[in-house]
Design a protein around this ligand. Structure first.
Ligand SMILES: NC(=O)c1ccc[n+]([C@@H]2O[C@H](COP(=O)([O-])OP(=O)(O)OC[C@H]3O[C@@H](n4cnc5c(N)ncnc54)[C@H](O)[C@@H]3O)[C@@H](O)[C@H]2O)c1
Length: 304
């Protein structure tokens, strides 16, 4: 079935280049009205060039679609409100938010300056909060919302030299795990993407052929589906790139239960380490409460 976005309104942050641009164009081609946010900085977060967002807005309009630009920074709290206000004024609703804006300050841990740390947290973490915080009341009132957060292989598995970036991208997964619960009764789904694409962010590490095989258009279909009304799943971590689509998942393994009748020693942990770290029988959890309930259920002394 064709995924149709007629009447839907989407905010795509960092949509002046790379992946965000591709999401914005594809959503608009399927009928969505799109707010194209982009500060227009370089990949390290310096500078601002209004042209980045405006070019994408013009592309959408010349193809017959509807779009407006927002040239502010995602990490500016007031600009988060402004993006929502612009959509409400122009189109009266917001259905979709894709938090995609991103930069890099790759360095080994001992070389990361305080500024390198802060700017990565500002763009990837505060930048995600600033827009979602302001759109959340609209979602609750509408009883509808679709969110795709942008994580990274660095956030879920870790990449050498990306301590700041990996930490910020992991924070997005923590945010998803909470918001998937808070959004549930309002028909708001919150999913995460770990993309792999040839963009200016990755240009230095890819040759021409690889860039073609990894163009953003190989990632975009996963994002478009997760933004659609047809997708009811929430809390998914999806890796997409170069023709690959898969789910990644955090799991809890059954481990071993010592019980609470006596205190376990470090030697007891040493003896049982193999079973503690075994993944046999591991399953995903929906929330933190579930894991605490399982602790209690396994403790005979708490269950009579
Ligand atoms: N390309 C990949 O393989 C890859 C892998 C993992 C994660 N990601 C993530 O995907 C997202 C998109 O990356 P991309 O590869 O398309 O990079 P890109 O540099 O092509 O696009 C990112 C855009 O974000 C904008 N931006 C940066 N800081 C901003 C801010 N403060 N406010 C508003 N806009 C801002 C930039 O101007 C740029 O247009 C990023 O979050 C990135 O971390 C990309």
């Amino acid at each position: 079935m064709t995924l149709d976005f007629t009447g839907r309104v989407a905010i795509v942050t960092g949509a002046g280049n790379g992946l965000g641009r591709s999401y914005a164009l594809e959503l608009a081609s399927r009928g969505a009205k799109v707010l194209v946010n982009d500060l227009g900085g370089d990949i390290f977060g310096s500078g601002d060039d209004a042209a980045a967002a405006q070019i994408v807005v013009d592309e959408i309009k010349s193809a017959g679609g509807e779009a407006i630009a927002n040239l502010g920074s995602v990490s500016d709290y007031e600009n988060g409100l402004e993006m929502v206000r612009q959509c409400m004024e122009a189109w009266g609703r917001v259905d979709i938010v894709i938090t995609n804006a991103g930069i890099l300050r790759d360095k080994a841990m001992h070389n990361i300056t305080e500024q390198d740390w802060d700017i990565i947290m500002d763009v990837h973490m505060k930048g995600t909060y600033a827009v979602l915080h302001h759109v959340w009341p609209v979602f609750r009132q509408q009883g509808y919302g679709r969110v795709v957060l942008t994580s990274s292989s660095s956030g879920i598995w870790g990449n050498f030299g990306q301590a700041n970036y990996g930490a910020a991208k992991s924070a997005n997964l923590g945010l998803m795990n909470v918001l998937k619960q808070e959004g549930l009764k309002y028909n708001v789904t919150v999913n995460s993407l770990m993309p792999g694409a040839g963009t200016r962010l990755t240009a230095t590490v890819m040759d021409e052929e690889r860039l073609e095989q990894m163009k953003p258009e190989f990632v975009t279909p996963a994002v478009v589906y997760m933004c659609s009304e047809e997708n009811k799943d929430s809390g998914m971590m999806i890796e997409a790139g170069a023709g690959n689509f898969n789910r990644a998942v955090m799991v809890k393994a059954p481990g071993i239960q010592h019980g609470t009748d006596s205190l376990p020693s470090a030697e007891w942990v040493e003896e049982n380490w193999g079973q503690i770290i075994s993944l046999e029988g591991a399953t995903p959890m929906w929330n933190g409460r579930q894991t605490v309930d399982e602790f209690n259920a396994s403790d005979a002394s708490l269950n009579g």
